[in-house]
Ligand binder design. Sequence first.
Ligand code: NDP
Ligand code: MG
Length: 383
Amino acid sequence: MAKKITLLGSTGSIGTQSLDVARTQGYEVFALAAYSNVDLLERQIQEFHPRYVAVVSPVAYERLSARLAGQADAPILMQGAESLVELAKMPEADVVLNAVVGIAGLGATLAALEAGKDVALANKESLVTGGHLVMQAAQKSGAKLLPVDSEHSAIFQCLQDPYGPKALSKILLTASGGPFFGMKPEELKNKTFRDALKHPNWSMGSKITIDSATLMNKGLELIEAVWLFDLPADKVEVVVQRQSIIHSMVQFVDNSILAQLGVPDMRIPIQYALTWPERLPGSTPELDFRTLQSITFDQPDEETFRCLAACKKAITKGGLAPCAANGANEEAVRLFLEEKIGFLDIGRLVEAVVDSDSFGGSYNLSDVYECDRMARRFVLEQL
Ligand code: NDP
Ligand code: MG
């Protein structure tokens, strides 16, 4: 029987590449969800014939309803943010692939896990904002959390040996360094979003591309790794690997290191999350060692790229500090894309929110959303 997937965020960079994988593997697409990209959703409906489609934006929902009116095999349409949560819980799908961007993905991740559905997780913000709740939900229901983020997929792949997780001593989380690697604040202060959107190795959505330029992405991934692999933050070391060929490494208690390599193509980790524990042929090209010139290593510059330092501070503080860092970053990136703040302001604001409170203690889901709103207000008040 073909695997059935529910794909949230189907119109994005990860979403469309996930559909490439579904096409290659012959998976059935049970449900799709997006925010507002009706044109692409319509094409996806025509090709994959999902049973359900959720659209968050009310205007986009009306447009899609009008276009599908009268079609005999049209999917059932759902509207609003809650519809993602409804889809995530539905028993028919084998796996929910969450490729929504931002904290908007958290509710669906939790709902799927609570309902006992395996989650292939690209939406790292779920773990950053509500890590404790997400891990608890997975543990309680026994549902699997399968990493899609390339670094975490690499780590996961390196830990498949049953003795591996027990002997893990350190994670070497690789980072491309982004388009501004090596630059100092003087050069960075006038960088625009157009400069920041030119990533050297990966083609991704605009939010994560800005996060890669500020190193916020690596900070979010460090927090994601702490939750997924149950190591303290000081056991996750960021290593700059400019070519994005080594996707991450694990070090064991005997100081032996395993790495996972491949071309920078998200279809490899997406496919692994969907076929695990099996490996199947895919459509990604092989790494050509005849043309690969070198694999280099460098240190990240946390003095200049304050987002990474702020995320380390946040996960060390614990509680809702990572959620606050994430909320401030989401708001700051939005303002940067609208040219209302400068590049260096993003790190300054994320760090300031983390420094503004102790954030400690346990939390529930409404605390997470309240903290997110607080962090966004904090940023707007600094303008
Ligand atoms: P994109 O911006 O390309 O796509 C985001 C998707 O989420 C779109 O389908 C979008 O719909 C939808 N969406 C946006 N806002 C909302 C909302 N409020 N509610 C529901 N759906 C929403 O992002 P990416 O694909 O680049 O990234 C998705 C996630 O994967 C992020 O968490 C990112 O960090 C992570 N990731 C991405 C990688 C990459 O290579 N791109 C690599 C590793 C992780 P619409 O198009 O209609 O706006
Ligand atoms: Mg990544």
